[in-house]
Design a protein around this ligand. Structure first.
Ligand code: HEM
Ligand SMILES: N=C(Nc1cccc(CNC[C@@H]2CCCN2)c1)c1cccs1
Length: 363
């Protein structure tokens, strides 16, 4: 029936999809929809059951058009932390997330959901882009130490009183803000953070230097929207695809920019692009990333395997009668894209709900 309240119609379509997928009867579905309409009429919002929250988070992953890793969408562990309303309790939940997800290297895809941004205010925001990330510092001569992508957030942390050691791999603190309170800064205990030293099986790529990367990517700055309810703090992790580290984070000129150093260490002819020295350095760096993660028993996927898994995801979804949407420009890997089937496929970049959304940085 027509809805005056857009929240009620968002809830309607989510509950119908969610309950159909969970095999609920139409009677149970209609009853739950009536119950939500009453709650929305009374309070202006509504509260998801744990099952609706968990399946909604999984549906949102399945609908993430820019994600190559969606084959495993239905195996997401969900921590319901909607009762965590203080900075301290959020901090403790984040440490538990890191430990559970890391699992000694056998990474488990996990999401922790904090209280939604409701009409009653007091939204919770985590200021970090990822729970684990390296600081970036601008030196007096304009050069950058650490991750250039972290310079703005590092400055925000320093303006909140934080001080790093000034190395290229300083772990950033967790910054948690509840409602209109001042954001609170919490140190990340080093002993729960697993890092992997990057070494090539045959070549010394960084003579006299230790290059490393952290094991678990945990996105903390996206908004999870389910049935019209927004969860502005819902950090989620999977495992890395090797190219993210080897072809972007350590390779981009605007990141750690390691390709020239590697090519020099390999003795390549860097006088002309014709030697493809950048490509040769890139391949060996990516081989080193995959080799190092595997040697340390930390989950990682190469871009060829990940592309095949996306193909399997696509077949599974078509069998289930669901459309498969995707954004081609994000789904192709940043290295050797044309060696994957994704490059030779097309995807409809239509937005489905529930989903994960970017949101403006709170600093
Ligand atoms: C399990 C292993 C997973 C792998 C290997 C994987 C891989 C990736 C990669 C390579 C990207 C592109 C990132 C970039 O280029 O910056 C991506 C994007 C994305 N992934 Fe996945 N993913 C995994 C799990 C997950 C999980 C568990 C979720 C959420 C529950 C998720 C949600 C997303 C979203 C929302 C994006 C788009 C991010 C943006 O728009 O900035 N992924 N994924
Ligand atoms: N493997 C991962 N990589 C990933 C996923 C989503 C977003 C990101 C970070 N993307 C932002 C960067 C910076 C701009 C373009 N890429 C990384 C995962 C992170 C969390 C779950 S899976």
């Amino acid at each position: 029936e027509p809805h005056a309240n857009p929240l009620a119609s968002e809830a309607d379509s989510f509950i119908r999809d969610c309950y159909r997928e969970l095999g609920e009867s139409i009677e149970r579905t209609e009853q739950r929809i009536r119950q939500i309409h009453e709650e929305v009429a009374r309070t202006g919002t509504y509260t998801h059951t744990l099952e609706e929250l968990a399946h909604g988070a999984r549906m949102a992953w399945r609908n993430s058009n820019r994600c190559i890793g969606r084959l495993f969408w239905n195996r997401l562990h969900v921590f319901d932390c909607r009762g965590s309303t203080t900075e301290q309790s959020v901090y403790e939940a984040l440490l538990r997330h890191i430990e559970y997800a890391t699992n000694g290297g056998e990474i488990r895809s996990t999401i922790t959901v904090f209280p939604p941004s409701t009409v009653h205010g007091n939204p919770i925001r985590i200021w970090n882009h990822q729970l684990i990330r390296y600081a970036g510092y601008v030196a007096p001569d304009g050069g950058i130490v650490g991750d250039p992508a972290s310079v703005a957030f590092t400055k925000a942390c320093e303006s909140l009183g934080w001080r790093g050691d000034g190395t290229a791999f300083d772990l950033l603190p967790l910054v948690i803000q509840c409602g209109d309170n001042a954001p609170k800064v919490f140190e990340l205990p080093k002993d729960i953070v697993v890092e992997v030293p990057i070494r090539h099986p045959e070549i010394d790529l960084f003579p006299g230097d230790v290059i490393k990367w952290y094991a678990v990517p945990i996105i903390a700055d996206m908004r999870l929207e389910i049935g019209g309810i927004s969860y502005a703090a819902a950090p989620f992790n999977g495992w890395y695809m090797g190219t993210e580290i080897g072809a972007r984070n350590l390779a981009d000129k605007s990141r750690y920019d390691l390709l020239p150093r590697i090519a020099a260490a390999m003795g390549l002819d860097m006088s002309s692009s014709l030697s493809l020295w950048q490509d040769r350095a890139l391949v060996e760096l990516n081989a080193a990333v995959l080799h190092s993660f595997r040697q340390h028993g930390v989950s990682i996927v190469d871009h060829h395997t990940a592309a095949q898994q996306l193909g399997t995801f696509r077949k599974n979804e078509e069998k289930e009668g669901r459309d498969v949407t995707g954004r081609w420009s994000w789904l192709i890997p940043p290295m050797s894209p044309a060696t994957t089937d994704i490059f030779h496929s097309s995807f409809e970049d239509r937005v489905l709900n529930p989903n994960y959304w970017s949101q403006p940085a709170p600093y």
